[in-house]
Design a protein around this ligand. Structure first.
Ligand SMILES: [Zn+2]
Ligand SMILES: [Zn+2]
Length: 360
């Protein structure tokens, strides 16, 4: 049996390659991909702003169990697994043997991308998810997807939702607190949903009218439109006006630009927390004021990937809230595998919010 993989030969250029579907090694699983979403990090790769300059693309995915390697009897929550089950896996490996894993920080595994980074020529070929099949290795935690969670939503659970969920938990934000979110893309919208469930008051900053509308639909208490509050000082004042002149208890940066990092520090009250996960490209710098950080004693919490169990929590969260929130509006457009290039360019130009590659 032959499978097909979308391969980026160089930034901005896709070709397709075909390989025999390999038999899974002990502890591994091969899935038949149902759906795979275009994530911001694919766009970084696609336009050459990422260390990965060629190879397969895609990491947010849901698939059907196609073949099971020896020894795999259950998912990581203990549910029995059989061919045909719908599962989602972490997009990274937690080897549970490296110093980071052994210190309990599975999200910082030193072997996280040992397969994802490989070229498709190298067996077992199906390292990425813009493809008909996907190879899940030992060390990739995977979970059965609840029946009421649609494919497109389940596909995004292993990245945006799990990561935001982990970040919000790390902030220890609680009822009565105020959270300001910089950016109302997919991560920002998920953050609103998670924070509102905790009874937190939420302020969202973005420059896009549609995104701010969606933010309100997900329960944002206040939105700050950057087209009306054009300067950093305007926005700081707007947040202070909504927080008794103090600033938010926690700020979450999911905007992905260094300017948002510098600004976010000043949106937080004295003793507050600043959680940052949008800025993922090293080498982009911005001036910050260390004296201000010391004097206001802000805790800065960077978030890289997530503890694998957060994928389980994320799927459960979607299942429990699917009827309550308009999740379908986060993922707006479907493309076929053959149209990966179009899906990437439409995402790049923001013609679509979040594109999904759906296998036929
Ligand atoms: Zn992603
Ligand atoms: Zn490890």
């Amino acid at each position: 049996m032959i499978g097909k993989i979308a391969v980026m030969k160089q930034p901005g250029q896709i070709e397709f390659q075909e390989y025999d579907i390999p038999a899974p090694k002990p502890g591994s699983i091969i899935t038949k991909v149902l759906c795979s979403n275009v994530c911001g990090s694919e766009l970084h790769i696609w336009c050459g702003h990422h260390p990965k300059k060629s190879g397969g693309l895609g990491h947010e995915t849901v698939g059907l169990v196609h073949q099971i390697g020896e020894g795999v009897l259950t998912d990581n929550a203990g549910a029995a697994i059989k061919v045909g089950d719908r599962i989602a896996a972490t997009y990274f490996i937690a080897c549970q043997r490296c110093p980071s894993c052994l210190s309990g920080k599975l999200n910082l595994c030193e072997n996280a991308y040992s397969f994802w980074a490989k070229q498709p020529e190298e067996a077992p070929h199906f390292h990425t998810t813009f493809s008909t099949h996907y190879y899940i290795h030992p060390g990739q935690f995977f979970y059965k997807v609840p029946d009421n969670v649609p494919d497109k939503l389940a596909a995004g659970a292993n990245c945006a939702l799990s990561q935001v969920y982990y970040g919000i938990d790390l902030s220890e934000i609680t009822t009565q607190d105020t959270l300001v979110i910089q950016g109302a893309g997919g991560l920002g919208i998920y953050a609103i949903a998670l924070a509102k469930r905790k009874g937190v008051s939420v302020i969202v900053i973005d420059a896009d009218k549609n995104r701010l509308e969606l933010a309100k639909e997900f329960g944002a208490d206040h939105v700050i439109d950057m087209r009306e509050h054009q300067t950093k000082d305007d926005r700081i004042q707007a947040v202070k006006a909504l927080t008794n002149g103090r600033g938010a208890d926690v700020c979450l940066e999911v905007a992905g630009v260094p300017e948002a990092f510098a600004e976010g520090l000043e949106l937080v009250r004295s003793g507050g927390k600043f959680v940052t996960m949008g800025n993922v490209t090293p080498g982009k710098t911005i001036a910050i004021d260390p004296g201000y950080i010391t004097r206001s004693q802000i805790t800065i919490i960077p978030v890289m990937r997530y503890q694998p169990v957060y994928l389980y929590k994320a799927l459960k969260f979607l299942s429990e809230n699917i009827e309550k929130l308009p999740f379908h509006k986060i993922l707006d457009t479907e493309y076929s595998l053959e149209d990966v290039e179009l899906a990437l360019s439409d995402s790049m130009s923001r013609k679509v919010t979040r594109a999904s590659i759906v296998m036929k």
